[in-house]
Design a protein around this ligand. Structure first.
Ligand SMILES: *Cc1c(COP(=O)(O)O)cnc(C)c1O
Length: 367
């Protein structure tokens, strides 16, 4: 059972949708698939337009940093992915101010506002909606609103790779929202997508940078239902299948189900004495801080067939992360918390009494 917060399991109907012959990307047949997928993608973002890039999520982060920063970037670092925005700025020698936090701590409106007041040349802000390193949710919507009130010309770029397809995002003050194929969209890795506001598109007209990862070159082509370079045809077919499925099930239903699984998991694990790591947990994953992480993960994998993720850098061996993104069955989530409780018994931390499973079910089914 793959319960890591990316890559996530690819559902069978998606694998089937991708199992046909490879078709040529410069054909009316593919243009029709591309056009339908594009419409569904714009609907998923709820934004003015969207572009798909043949790269992993980081490619879209790079394209946004180069195209939306004119003078100076503000990057928010509460973990590996926020740090990455800063590293991209450094690689391009783009001046930046970085707000750095411990990985359990979200950024705040006050910190961002002070940074912008101290650096009036900041013209783009880069932030994760969910920082996957510690599973925290930044108050992106509030930050974006405050930034726009200070200066509406500042571009707000939100990395929503573990948020789009997880929860409804208020995009009112967001200019670019990034996502990738291998997390909440349950596809194999290899596609990145960027939702764009009207203002963002105006900025791209004059400031788009780069050659392969040029968002404006792509946007112009994609508006004609084709791509600037060879399209990831197979992944596009998978994307169409997953987006059609989500639409037919209902976005709100998916979001509500993910939220209740996340809540039930958090309550089940805290009921057996474990502590939630982030101060503002996101619904895409549950992150637990535990000195027994190494043993718990090993037992889960070897004895209960549950693969969960650990931590990186200074959190290696200290946190574990259970995925809630995508189409996770309730019995899978219930089994995962039950397996954690069994593991705690095996390592002599807490006697098994079925609490995790009971609390999960009571919370999830509202009993
Ligand atoms: C996975 C992820 C990325 C992108 O990583 P890639 O390996 O380039 O796909 C970016 N941001 C967040 C928050 C992520 O979880």
């Amino acid at each position: 059972m793959l319960l890591t917060p990316g890559p996530t399991p690819v559902p069978e109907f998606v694998r089937v949708a991708m199992s046909g012959e490879t078709i040529h990307h410069r054909t009316p047949e593919f243009e029709s698939i591309f056009g339908k997928t594009r419409e569904l993608l714009i609907e998923l973002f709820g934004m003015e337009d969207a572009v798909m890039l043949v790269s992993s999520g980081t490619g879209a982060m790079e394209a946004c940093v180069t195209s939306f920063t004119g003078q100076k970037a503000l990057t928010i670092n509460s973990g590996k992915f926020g740090e990455r925005f800063g590293k991209i700025c450094d690689a391009y020698k783009i001046p930046k101010v970085e707000l750095k936090y411990e990985w359990d701590t979200p950024s705040s409106v006050e910190d961002v506002v002070s940074a912008i007041q101290a650096n009036p040349d900041i013209d783009a802000v880069f932030i994760q909606i969910c920082e996957s390193a510690g599973g925290l949710r930044h108050p992106v919507e509030e930050i974006a609103k405050a930034v726009k009130a200070l200066n509406p010309n500042i571009m707000i770029v939100a990395d929503g790779i573990t948020a789009i397809g997880v929860e409804k995002i208020d995009i009112t003050n967001l200019d670019a929202v990034i996502t990738g194929s291998q997390k909440a969209l349950m596809l194999p890795p290899g596609l990145a997508m960027v939702g764009l506001s009207k203002e963002a598109i105006k900025r791209l007209e004059v400031n788009a940078k780069g050659y392969y990862l040029n968002l404006y070159t792509e946007l112009k082509k994609q508006r004609e239902n084709t791509t600037a370079w060879t399209a990831a045809t197979t992944l596009t077919m998978g994307l169409q299948a997953i987006l059609e499925h989500i639409k037919a099930t209902g976005y709100d239903k998916l979001y509500a189900n993910t939220a209740s699984r996340a809540k039930a998991t958090r309550e089940a694990l805290t009921a057996i004495g474990l502590s939630i790591y982030p101060k503002s947990p996101a619904d895409s994953m549950t992150t637990i801080f535990s000195e027994h992480t190494g043993k718990i993960r090993k037992i889960l994998k070897e004895e209960f067939d549950v693969n969960i993720a650990g931590g990186q850098d200074h959190l290696k061996g200290k946190i574990f992360r259970i995925n809630h993104m995508g189409l996770v069955s309730d019995y899978e989530a219930a089994w995962a918390v039950n397996a954690v409780e069994l593991a705690l018994d095996k390592i002599g931390v807490r006697k098994f009494d079925g609490t995790a499973n009971t609390v999960f079910n009571k919370t999830y089914f509202g009993i």
